[in-house]
Write a protein that binds this ligand. Structure first.
Ligand SMILES: Cc1ncc(COP(=O)(O)O)c(C=O)c1O
Length: 389
């Protein structure tokens, strides 16, 4: 097997530790779902699922059935919920895989009833209720028809009801989220008034789990926090304003590559496509075999930094499809094949996902989720990281 030009190290102890911190926030009876969609937010779906279950997660949350099927194929038997859309043609397969389904339209509930009749398996459904995010979610006007259908078909079990907040991370004013919570409560009450027990209502993502115990219901769905990142600065500020002890979350991802060439170039030469950077001094460049095809965003051109020998080296010129160039003039010890940290810590220096996100004009969720999809994920145990968790 040829060596990988870029790889992602995943700190298992950090994920376990972060998850346990969320567990400590919850009442004993409240279930904890580890959200592993988006390839485990870029950390590796199966790897994270196994770590999270080992650290006490009760459920796994994925987006689509393909992700759920892969987890089942890997031998994972824990409860799995698809949080996204499963096409009607795949519902029978979902039931055979013992995967619970988020449903958010009358047509999908009808199709689930057909799949249940066809397979002879009950369909365990979580109704996603529209409360104001206006993406997937059952409009209130469709609730009576769905409730009729659920009541009439013994093969359909309304196991859960859930919703997702539109404006909880981006602000320190949480009126919109509170309105959504009120709407959710009313819709849940309507379902219960119709005689549905709804064993598992759930609304909380990481920010809600950190800030608002009233959002917990029977389960919380934790993504970003488990990977060691605060949902946002605003969430951190809100927690401080409420006088909460800060959760010390530990980022779990380190993205690495190796120097592919070192060369000295004259003052006044242009570096890379478009001649967007001109050297102002005799410059030592290190060429790195990572580019936008690897999720290393082109907006990092002439803006981002990497870490080599524990020091920052700035990107010079444009990030190419498979390569980028960094200035190592002030790090004279750099040599061919030296290890480079694109994201994460090296000695005393750190490039955070938040910092990379600000360079790339996006959010840290996108940075970690898009980190080189082809790169191997290498899970480090506590023995590798020296952690005592
Ligand atoms: C429906 C749903 N629940 C939970 C989460 C987890 O959110 P977070 O990563 O902010 O914890 C997500 C993430 O986007 C989601 O879409």
């Amino acid at each position: 097997m040829p060596s990988s030009l870029s790889w992602i190290e995943v700190d298992a102890a950090a994920i376990s530790c972060n998850l346990r911190k969320f567990r400590q926030l919850l009442p004993d009876e409240c279930k904890l779902m580890a959200v592993v969609k988006g390839e485990g937010y870029g950390h590796g779906r199966q790897e994270v699922a196994q770590i999270a279950l080992g650290a006490g997660a009760d459920w796994l949350g994925v987006f689509n059935l393909g992700e759920a099927a892969a987890l089942r194929q890997a031998g994972i038997e824990a409860p799995i919920l698809t949080l996204g859309y499963v096409p009607q043609a795949d519902l029978a397969e979902a039931l055979q895989l013992n995967v619970q389904l988020t449903v958010s339209s009358l047509e999908t509930v009808e199709a689930a009833a057909r799949a249940a009749a066809q397979t002879g398996q009950k369909a365990y459904l979580h109704l996603k209720l529209e409360t104001g995010t206006y993406r997937l979610g059952l409009p209130e006007t469709d609730l009576p028809a769905v409730a009729d259908l659920l009541a009439d078909d013994d093969n359909l079990v309304l196991q859960g009801a859930h919703t997702h907040y539109a404006n909880i991370e981006d602000t320190t004013e949480h009126d919109y989220a509170r309105d959504q919570l009120d709407r959710f409560r009313k819709l849940l009450a309507q379902l219960r008034a119709r005689g549905f027990a709804v064993a598992l209502p759930h609304t909380a993502c990481s920010a809600a789990a950190i800030l608002f115990p009233e959002t917990y219901f029977a389960m919380v769905r934790v993504g970003i926090g488990m990977y060691g990142l605060w949902p946002s600065k605003e969430t951190y500020l809100s927690a401080q304003q409420k006088g909460q002890d800060p959760l010390h979350l530990q980022p779990a991802m380190t993205w690495k590559t190796r120097v592919a060439q070192v060369k000295q170039v004259a003052a006044g030469v242009y570096i890379g496509y478009g001649c967007s950077y001109r050297t102002t001094r005799v410059t030592r460049l290190a060429i790195l075999p990572v580019g936008y095809a690897n999720g290393y965003d082109r907006l990092l051109s002439n803006r981002g930094h990497v870490l080599i020998h524990g020091a920052r080296a700035q990107i010079r010129g444009r990030v190419c499809m498979n390569l980028c160039m960094v200035d190592v003039t002030d790090i004279p010890e750099v040599q061919l094949e030296d290890e480079v940290v694109l994201l994460g810590r090296q000695q005393e220096e750190q490039i955070t996902a938040e910092q990379m996100a600000s360079w790339a004009q996006t959010i840290h969720y996108e940075i970690i989720t898009r980190a080189d999809p082809q790169a191997p994920r290498v899970v480090l145990s506590s023995a590798d990281t020296g952690a005592s968790a």
